[in-house]
Design a protein around this ligand. Structure first.
Ligand SMILES: CC(=O)SCCNC(=O)CCNC(=O)[C@H](O)C(C)(C)COP(=O)(O)OP(=O)(O)OC[C@H]1O[C@@H](n2cnc3c(N)ncnc32)[C@H](O)[C@@H]1OP(=O)(O)O
Ligand SMILES: O=CC(=O)O
Ligand SMILES: [Mg+2]
Length: 549
């Protein structure tokens, strides 16, 4: 539901909560989410935990500097005891034991209702890869989730009058908060923007934990883009503090961590251990993982990835990642979630069958490996994914926790890092350019997830497109047609592909969009000496420049 346009107000909390300054414009409904009580909790978490974030981010940089200097990531010698030890996570609540299909989507009101009504077990409501976190989207997202938890969420599409409300048996709700690298520029604590992750966590927890527990479910979270067990420890402290403050049993908050960075794959046992009271699963976030493989190994010319289309889950380095995640999770009693096939349904019946066939193949690979469930990006794929996982899990069991993968020889760092065969092609590079520029244009104008050429594109998939080209230029790769990939070649292609996009979208859409700005940012990111950490960091400056007072 869109709130009526009003004269922006001050947040009441700005005057009432010490240290907190809400600088985003307020609508009257926002006061309910940004109430003095909720913001007092945000401030409490901020004073205790925000100072730890720069240290964790500095830790990422220090490790990256070592890899840049030639060292390859590996398992940590100092945590061998944890890897060798015999311990298990605390446990999995009843409503999280069967997660064979999860749908994901941004915290848009209509999509939340559609997702909760989809024929899936879980809905992952996303403040991260699929959300461009403008102030309104972030606060409205919290309003939408509060109403979804209360069961009162409704929406009428003003374009066609179609009305939406929850069915009787909605999916279990898990909220994915922003990664630690993202700030929330509109809520300051002691004059500094807060970590977006803390804002998302605190507001969702504060407004919903009681209603969730009353319904027999709980405050459940997905944590994205972790890079180390020290980050997991930080989260464990946030959860323990929150549980104590609200007089909750330790382990009430339940969390699933995405293993979607290359450094994190070497610390899965340690992440599970640090979070053992709260964690229930790890998830193979394959798209960010591929991006992180490029980013982490950016100085290693022998590990340059080919065209994005060739980097599929059956490639040895990705297969090793999936199998090690399953083996690690199941040994510790945690679920091992699969990832997202980026395909979305087509209205053309011939194409649709081909899409469903590809989804089946992808999901069969995951289920056969031993994953306990998977992700779909669209309700039209739920039955297909469910069919595959039903075939493997059956109706007597909830999951595949019994699959220990003891048959595997120990999976080594060498397997996890092995180069991926394939080529950089002209068609692949041009596709990367068209995808990245369209995605960046969508993101900086407030839309974090878009269909492009039959695929779901979000921040993670678009990062692969832009980072691949940077890497090819950096290492002087050649295309399949023999052309050397240079910054100038890229600039020429960008100009040509912008024309193609203009033809495809039509002049009116193109001219009213932000393609110039998107192309400029894309060009800077791709031809820079250093690989930028995330495209969403400069993107956020553009997205928010008009809304910070
Ligand atoms: C790498 C990762 O992190 S993956 C996780 C993050 N990414 C995501 O969550 C992607 C989620 N998916 C989406 O955002 C969308 O599916 C898109 C943008 C890719 C395509 O959306 P659309 O263009 O609206 O698709 P389409 O027109 O086919 O939608 C048909 C209906 O399904 C709904 N729908 C589509 N995807 C979803 C979804 N994920 N959740 C709920 N409803 C959905 C649409 O709202 C629409 O509803 P309506 O008929 O009532 O109007
Ligand atoms: O968040 C999921 C991913 O694949 O990235
Ligand atoms: Mg991701």
């Amino acid at each position: 539901m869109k709130v009526a346009l009003e004269v922006p107000q001050m947040s009441q909390a700005t005057e009432l909560v010490k240290g907190i300054d809400v600088v985003g414009p307020m609508q009257s409904e926002y006061q309910q989410i940004l109430s003095p009580e909720a913001l007092a909790f945000v401030a409490e978490l901020a004073s205790r935990f925000a100072p730890g974030v720069p240290q964790l981010l500095a830790g990422r940089e220090a490790r990256q500097a070592m890899v840049d200097a030639g060292q390859l990531p590996d398992f940590l010698p100092e945590t061998k005891d944890i890897r060798d030890g015999d311990w298990k996570i605390l446990g999995i609540p009843e409503d999280l034991r069967d997660r064979r299909v999860e749908i994901t989507g941004p915290v848009d009101r209509k999509m939340i209702i559609n997702a909760l009504n989809a024929r899936v077990k879980v809905f992952m409501a996303d403040f991260e890869d699929s959300l461009a976190p403008s102030w309104d989207k972030v606060v409205q997202g919290q309003i939408n989730l509060r109403d979804a938890v209360a069961g009162t969420i409704e929406y009428t599409n003003p374009a066609n009058g179609k009305h939406y409300q929850l069915d009787d048996d909605p999916a279990v709700l898990i909220a994915r908060v922003r990664g630690l690298h993202l700030k929330e520029n509109h809520i300051l604590f002691d004059g500094q923007p807060l970590p977006g992750a803390l804002v998302d966590f605190a507001l969702y927890f504060y407004h919903n934990y009681r209603a969730l527990l009353k319904k027999g479910t709980g405050p459940y979270f997905y944590i994205p883009k972790l890079q180390s067990h020290l980050e997991a420890r930080w989260w464990a402290q946030v959860f323990a503090y929150t549980e104590e403050k609200f007089c909750l049993q330790p382990g009430t908050i339940k969390v699933t961590c995405l293993i979607e960075t290359l450094p994190a794959v070497f610390e899965m046992d340690e992440i599970l251990y640090e979070l053992r009271n709260n964690i229930v699963a790890l998830n193979c976030g394959r798209w960010d993982y591929i991006f992180s493989y490029i980013k982490t190994l950016r100085n290693h010319p022998d590990r340059v990835l080919p065209d994005r289309q060739q980097v599929t889950m059956d490639k040895p380095f990705l297969s090793a990642y999936s199998r090690l995640l399953i083996k690690t999770c199941h040994r510790r009693g945690a679920l091992a979630m699969g990832g997202m096939a980026a395909l979305i349904p087509s209205k053309d019946p011939a194409q649709q069958q081909a899409i469903l066939d590809k989804v089946v193949l992808d999901k069969e690979l995951e289920a056969r490996n031993g994953h306990d469930g998977t992700w779909v990006a669209h309700p039209g794929l739920a039955d297909t994914a469910m069919g595959v996982f039903n075939d493997f899990i059956g109706s007597d069991l909830d999951n595949q926790l019994h699959i220990s993968r003891d048959v595997d020889a120990p999976i080594t760092a060498k397997e996890l890092l092995q180069p991926c065969e394939g080529q950089a092609t002209e068609a692949g590079m041009r596709a990367n350019i068209r995808i990245a520029v369209q995605y960046i244009e969508a993101w900086i104008t407030g839309n974090g997830c878009v269909p492009i050429y039959g695929l779901m594109e979000d921040a993670a998939t678009a990062e692969i497109s832009r980072a691949s080209i940077w890497q090819w230029i950096k290492h002087g790769k050649s295309l399949d047609n023999g052309q050397l990939i240079t910054a100038d070649l890229f600039r020429g292609m960008l100009e040509q592909e912008l024309e193609v996009v203009k033809q495809e979208l039509g002049e009116a859409r193109f001219d009213s969009g932000a393609f110039d700005q998107a192309a400029k940012l894309f060009e800077q990111l791709t031809t820079a000496e250093e690989l930028a950490d995330f495209l969403t960091l400069p993107g956020y400056q553009i997205l928010t420049q008009e809304t910070v007072s």
